[in-house]
Design a protein around this ligand. Structure first.
Ligand SMILES: [Zn+2]
Length: 257
């Protein structure tokens, strides 16, 4: 499988996925024009849009793409059909989607939105706005408990070598926040150097891997004693707070960072 980054809007990533037979799909096209340019430059046959969730900066290109390619399959979470423009192929947790020879699995990860899904193609996880490199999405329609479930029970259950392709280029800012809760974690400093160098040369900071994320992403490190002590010393949660309360505390700190 080939995966191309198509930067959109200010800091969104749309992904173009395809195989050597030329059959292609777009994940979260916020805009149609840059997506069509990428598809045409590679002479691919675009057959589908895969949406992770209903936010405009992930589905904004759906209607314009359908106007150009009326037979496009538009795949998204079934119960969110009224919020995902053009959705014509509803999916649910554990469903399989086929794009030519490519086969992907749907993982239900509600919290950022109630109908948020991720797509797993081989070792590539398209995590939308649920898991970011060094961070996670805001809890717009869910709770800290939902995010603990999505990250720990669903995403961290995948193999360590899983590659993370998320919806935004937020990595640098996320790492700056991570430093405030784990100032002495060397993995954060190393990743920050790496990300700054990549961004200076115009490259995306992605993908990362789950193995890497476990070392510096505070939202995946709720069991770290240093992180727990830091939350307590910042008055964000009590000494005896459980993982859900720690998740909520961390998100509150990040929201005001
Ligand atoms: Zn979103």
């Amino acid at each position: 499988m080939f995966i191309d980054f198509i930067p959109m809007l200010r800091d969104n990533y749309c992904y173009l996925i395809y195989d050597d037979d030329g059959t292609a799909a777009l994940i979260d096209p916020a805009e149609a024009q840059p997506a069509l340019a990428a598809v045409n430059a590679k002479r691919l046959e675009l057959v589908a849009i895969l949406n992770t969730h209903h936010h405009f900066d992930h589905v904004g290109g759906n209607q314009d793409l359908l106007a150009v390619h009326p037979k496009l399959r538009v795949i998204g979470f079934g119960p969110d059909a009224s919020r995902i423009p053009g959705l014509n192929e509803p999916v649910r947790n554990a469903d399989t989607v086929r794009i030519g020879k490519l086969e992907g699995r749907i993982l239900s990860v509600p919290c950022h939105t109630q109908g948020h899904i991720a797509y797993l193609f081989g070792d590539a996880l398209f995590s939308g706005d649920t898991l970011f490199a060094a961070g996670c999405g805001r809890f717009f329609e869910g709770t800290a408990e939902d995010m603990v479930h999505a990250l720990y029970d669903v995403i961290l259950a995948l193999p360590d070598e899983t590659k993370i392709y998320c919806g935004h280029e937020y990595t640098e800012k996320n790492l700056l926040f991570a430093q405030t809760v784990e100032p002495d974690n060397p993995a954060i400093h190393q990743k920050l150097d790496d990300v700054v160098a990549k961004r200076r040369s115009g490259q995306p900071s992605l993908p990362t891997t789950l193995a890497e994320e476990r070392t510096y992403n505070p939202f995946l490190r709720l069991e770290s004693p240093v992180l727990q002590a830091s939350l307590v010393s910042q008055g964000a949660c009590a000494q005896d707070a459980g993982p859900v309360e720690r998740m909520a505390a961390l998100r509150r700190l990040k929201d005001s960072f």
